[in-house]
Design a protein around this ligand. Structure first.
Ligand code: ATP
Ligand code: MG
Length: 610
């Protein structure tokens, strides 16, 4: 299947064969098969309806108009009436087929989408980076669309086309085997070249899609980055890039259209050629006396039942391949094992002061080298621990391990002596909470953002029902007040109900941190993991954040990834990480006295700040 490194899968495309892919696809969307037999029967009837016209023409002419005793109006009327009825019936069948296919495919694919999206969500937060999950989501969306195109239309049209070719051939053979031979001989070359030709068309369109994507990318980058572009005076270069992308798109489109035109015209040309040949050969056979006028005319109609399906069938074969590829990828996503698994019979970790321990822990991101190695660490209950180290040394990764956003490749992380992998995720998330460097804010009001995720938690302010907005507002206001942020809150234009904008863009970076702290406080965790923000904030906000942090961490065990040595100075224990290894652990004063890595960092910091 897919490459596995350090227990994490890299690839997400399944390598099932075509039939196995179909089987697994149908198994994932069982609704696709519901009522399929009736649908196929209706489709056969609809296809049969197509030969009504040629038969009616032949019968009307040969036995009605040119009958031996002169034209017979009654027979003509009867035949035309019967033909009309048959056509209406065929039309109804075809409409029913469409409705039934839409219904079953929408049900089946909705199911597939839900499953795939839920699974993407479950894939571990950090081994699948945000971008990767984003692209997985968009890929699943477009793949399911491709599948739906085929399931709703392609599959049944392929059947109908093949049936139509078959029925037309049988009918032609009944009328005249010589003409049938002529028709097939003329069509054979088309059948042979059309598939490769259509592949070229698909390739041309793939290029168009790629170029359009690049063009939109260039344009949106220019729009989003307008300020930077102006600031650096690179407007002209940006414009040139866009012009180039637009031209490239145009070229690709023209090329694709030319190919379509060639394929389409060769179809039309063949059809016309066959029609002429049928007329000429038919006339000779007619003079010969072996073919009636009605049959020759019927042939002209039958030939037309031929061209469409030949082109259609090849197009659908391409679609089938796209659908299979889409199915393979979606199946690949669904079959990717979740790496952070919620234990089936997990331990519910009891609330109370939390002690975290790491034993012989190592970790590597998918396809990458070890970024943590041999980590043995005890984080005592209620202790304030600071982690320091150079950028890229593995501090954030350590935080992810402690909060079980990822599992170690080696060793164990324990919460009060229990392996994190044995603790239910719900109780773990309740006890250990991560306050990330850049807390994500959702579009909405401040209060909604703070209360987000805290509703079901037994935090210091109890729980409230979803519609008890007053209780919620009171709890959130109290959380802000307890963190010493009441004044900040009342300075906001609309207080708790201030809109934060998309991703919280209407708040400053520092204010977003205040919101993140209030969120963490409301969640009322036993253990806090704080990834200190690196972004600079104004001094007033800095003071606010520091005060809020003091209240937030009071009485709780904390692991803080410290970017300021002042944070380390104020903590009970300092952990120094260097290139993925814990090199020093101890109280600040002791480490400074030891004269090692930390003492060096501290001296450098002192000389900078004083
Ligand atoms: N999602 C990821 N995929 C692959 N490699 C990653 C990922 N995240 C981090 N790394 C790598 O792991 C190593 C440790 O990264 P980590 O984020 O833990 O460092 P850090 O100490 O938190 O750095 P900083 O101080 O800059 O926040 C780095 O070499 C980094 O490139
Ligand atoms: Mg970091």
């Amino acid at each position: 299947m897919s490459a596995v490194k350090d227990g994490v899968r890299l690839e997400t495309t399944s390598d099932l064969g075509p039939l196995a892919t179909l089987r697994r696809g149908v198994q994932l969307s069982p609704q696709l098969l519901v009522g399929l037999r009736v649908t196929v029967l209706l489709a056969v009837l609809a296809a049969a309806g197509r030969v009504v016209v040629p038969i009616a023409v032949q019968q009307t002419i040969d036995t009605g108009i040119l009958s031996e005793g002169g034209p017979r109006t009654d027979r003509v009327l009867l035949l035309v009436g019967l033909a009309a009825l048959a056509l209406v019936a065929a039309g109804v069948c075809s409409a029913l087929v469409n409705v039934r296919l839409f219904r079953s495919s929408e049900a089946g694919l909705a199911n597939l989408r839900t499953r795939a999206f839920r699974h993407v969500h479950d894939l571990s937060v950090l081994t699948q980076s945000t971008e990767r999950r984003g692209s997985l989501v968009s890929r699943v969306t477009s793949d399911v669309d491709t599948i739906s195109l085929f399931v709703q239309w392609g599959g049944i049209m392929l059947l109908v086309s093949v049936l139509q070719i078959g029925v037309a051939t049988v009918l032609m053979l009944v009328y005249s085997w010589q003409l049938t031979l002529v028709v097939w001989l003329c069509f054979l070359p088309l059948m042979l070249v059309i598939r490769p030709a259509q592949k070229k068309v698909s390739a041309a369109y793939a290029l168009v899609r790629q170029r359009v994507g690049a063009m939109l990318g260039a344009i949106s980058e220019a729009v989003v980055g307008a300020e930077t572009i102006k600031a650096y005076g690179v407007g002209e270069r940006t414009q040139r890039r866009i012009d180039h992308a637009v031209e490239a798109t145009r070229d690709a489109m023209v090329r694709a259209q030319v190919r379509v035109a060639v394929v389409f015209s060769s179809g039309v040309l063949t059809a016309n050629l066959v029609l002429s040949v049928v007329v000429v050969v038919g006339t000779f056979l007619g003079i010969d006396g072996s073919l009636t006028v009605g049959r020759v005319l019927a042939f002209l109609f039958l030939v037309q039942l031929f061209t469409g399906p030949v082109q259609m069938a090849t197009e659908i074969l391409n679609e089938l391949q796209n659908a299979l590829a889409g199915w393979r990828r979606v199946i690949g996503v669904i079959d990717t094992e979740v790496d952070v698994v919620d234990p089936l019979e997990g331990v519910v970790s009891p609330r109370g002061p939390a002690r975290v321990e790491l034993r012989g822990v190592a970790f590597a991101y998918p396809g990458g080298p070890r970024v943590l190695e041999d980590v043995d660490l005890v984080l005592p209950a209620r202790a304030k621990v600071a982690v320091v180290g150079a950028t890229g040394s593995g501090k954030t990764t350590l935080a992810k391990l402690v909060t079980r956003l990822v599992d170690p490749a080696e060793g164990t992380v324990l919460l009060d002596g229990t392996d994190l992998r044995d603790v239910t995720l719900a109780s773990l998330r309740r006890r250990v909470v991560l306050v990330p460097q850049e807390g994500f804010l959702f579009e909405g009001t401040l209060v909604e953002n703070v209360a987000y995720g805290a509703r079901d938690l037994d935090g210091p302010h109890g729980t409230w029902s979803p519609d008890a907005t007053d209780a919620r507002d009171a709890a959130v206001a109290a959380a802000f007040a307890e963190l010493g942020l009441a004044d900040w809150l009342s300075d906001l234009p609309e207080g708790l109900h201030t809109q934060v904008g998309q991703r919280g863009e209407r708040l400053s970076a520092g204010e977003r941190q205040l919101v993140a702290l209030a969120r963490a406080h409301l969640a009322g965790a036993d253990y806090l993991v704080l990834d200190e923000a690196t972004s600079a904030v104004d001094p007033a906000t800095e003071v606010r954040i520091a005060r809020a942090l003091d209240s937030l961490t009071a009485g709780r065990g904390t692991l803080t990834i410290a970017h300021r040595l002042s944070t380390a100075e104020a903590s009970d224990l300092v952990v120094v990480v260097e290139a993925g290894r814990v090199v020093e652990v101890g109280p600040h004063a002791e480490l400074v006295g030891r004269g090692g890595v930390y003492a060096g960092m501290h001296a450098a910091w002192l000389s900078q700040t004083r």
